[in-house]
Design a protein around this ligand. Structure first.
Ligand code: PHE
Length: 522
């Protein structure tokens, strides 16, 4: 690790970059889909609870340990306790799997920009518009063992998606980020327009009621709880090596409590807005029943078109609105996408002292090949499975491990000290220790066990065949195993053995590594 790391330049730059990573398709696609799948109000309630109780404290924790150790996730955990570098690697592994399918969702968005031209002839016909995604874009087959053809359009969209991700990183994520971070507000404006429009539609109120008024009986479903907690982690980009890496560039003068609060509130706000659009449209189009059956992965891509063709009575206007809306989603998604790839490639190239650009290219290439599976006509089912294991198993278990390592094998007071450096009156009190040591691990372990029992009882997730479930667990195994493989490689390989690692521990970190960052880091 170099002694001096570039800083973020200004506090504002850092906050916008972190928001850029956090706010993405997770807000516009994943959150509303899950909210609909779990019946609205109850999910929203648990989600907000999870954000306050776990999301916000853990976001602060990740930023703080990254800032202290001035290193990516593996290096940071190594500095905290030599034995636990693998916890950092698990985050990297999980991020890798996520980017494999995130790129495909990005490709869907790209495809929808073009498919929006179809909306011209569908004015006032939401049923037809809802079918565009399944019928024209992904050409969904009837089951996971169905067709493995790849629709021609998807091939192009996926290539463009990967090309864009690589191009952005190659040209310096920072310079691209600079543009993209200002467009963060664009999708918000479009979502706002759709939400306001949605409010005025007859029938919308029943949807909004469903979204805002919790159905208490739904709280008995362990799947709802774990999905909400997993979504909080996913949406904040925590437990996947990214926020630790981002934290490593943050200046000591930042107020981490305030910054984390700004990131979390913006993230929550945008998700909330997307949910409003989803539910008002579902209400207005009389689609509030049978949501559970229709699943969550494709739902947002089915419902936004319904809102778009209801937008005005002029076809051409709707087409323009649709194109702009998906372009806005693209700007939302691209910075999240490259932040994931960057997180993985930084960790690998830092630790193995590899050429950064080559590493990025290789990672894009491997992830690109895997992502082809999700672009096939049966890909949506695979995406559903991998998404489930990445979020409902990996993220939760990494959350448990991070809290246990920091709370029990390290000293929470030290982390709190780092958080409190420049927090003024927002200081975290001793209660914060209890959140990390007891509350987080207990809640997450409880949810995990509760969910696992349910998983066994249900005979697996989503009614998919056993071999599919096994592959899901393989994803889990690789995620948690990659740290051990990395360690083994470093120990055994003669060349790698020579690499001179930064052996500093937490207590040995001194102030000479405060980021320079006076001017915009470039
Ligand atoms: N947080 C991003 C979103 O909500 C997704 C993401 C996941 C980004 C993983 C980085 C890492 O879309």
């Amino acid at each position: 690790m170099e002694k001096k790391r570039e800083g973020w330049g200004s506090r504002f730059t850092f906050i916008l970059a972190a928001i850029g990573s956090a706010v993405g398709l997770g807000n516009a696609w994943r959150f509303p889909g899950l909210a609909a799948k779990f019946g609205g109000g109850a999910f929203l309630l648990v989600y907000i609870l999870a954000m306050v109780v776990l999301g916000f404290p853990l976001l602060m924790m990740e930023l703080a340990i990254g800032r202290k150790m001035r290193s990516g996730a593996p290096g940071t955990f190594k500095g905290i306790n030599k034995k636990f570098e693998a916890v950092g690697w698990a985050g990297v592994g999980n991020a890798f799997f996520i980017v494999c399918y995130y790129a495909v969702v990005l490709a869907w968005v790209l495809f929808m920009i073009v498919a929006s031209f179809k909306f011209g002839g569908m004015t006032g016909d939401p049923a037809a518009a809802g079918g565009v995604f399944y019928g024209d874009v992904i050409k969904l087959s009837s089951g996971i063992t169905g067709s493995y053809d790849i629709p021609g359009g998807m091939v192009i969209a996926l290539l463009v998606a990967w090309g864009m991700i690589y191009w952005c990183i190659r040209n310096g994520a920072k310079s691209v980020g600079k543009v993209v971070k200002y467009t963060v507000f664009l999708p918000v404006i479009f979502l706002l327009i759709l939400a306001v429009k949605g409010f005025t539609m007859p029938g919308a109120m029943s949807g909004i009621k469903m979204y805002l008024v919790p159905k208490w009986s739904a709280l008995g479903d362990p799947n709802l709880w774990i999905a909400a907690f997993g979504q909080v982690f996913y949406s904040l980009s925590i437990m996947m090596a990214i926020m630790i890496a981002y934290g490593s560039y943050v200046s000591k003068s930042n107020n981490l409590v305030k910054d984390s609060a700004i990131i979390a509130v913006s993230d929550l706000g945008i998700s909330f807005l997307a949910g409003l659009v989803m539910f008002s449209t579902l209400g207005a189009t009389d689609n509030l029943t049978n949501l559970q059956a229709s699943g969550s992965v494709g739902l947002a891509f089915e419902v936004y078109p319904m809102a778009i063709v209801n937008f005005s009575s002029v076809g051409a206007v709707n087409v323009i609105f649709g194109v702009l809306f998906y372009l806005a989603l693209l700007t939302l998604a691209i910075d999240s996408a490259f932040s994931i790839v960057e997180g993985v490639s930084t960790a690998v190239s830092d630790r193995f002292k590899l050429n950064r650009r080559k590493t990025t290219l290789i990672i894009c290439f491997i992830a690109g090949i895997i992502s082809v599976l999700f672009a096939t006509c049966s890909g949506l089912y695979w995406l559903d499975v991998v998404d489930y294991f990445c979020n409902n198993v990996n993220l939760i278990v990494i959350g448990i491990l991070e809290c246990i390592v920091i709370g029990w094998f390290f000293n929470t007071n030290k982390v709190r000290e780092e958080i409190n450096l420049n927090t003024g009156k927002f200081r975290m009190g001793a209660w914060y220790n209890w959140i990390i040591r007891i509350v987080c691990p207990l809640i997450l372990t409880g949810l995990f066990v509760w969910n696992f029992i349910d998983y066994i009882k249900a005979g697996g997730y989503g009614g998919y065949p056993v071999w599919v479930q096994i592959l899901g667990w393989v994803v889990v195994l690789i995620t948690f195993g990659c740290g051990f493989v990395a360690k083994l490689l470093m120990k055994k390989h003669p060349k790698l053995k020579e690499i001179d690692y930064d052996e500093r521990t937490w207590d040995e970190m001194d102030e000479d590594v405060v980021p320079v960052g006076q001017e915009d880091a470039e």
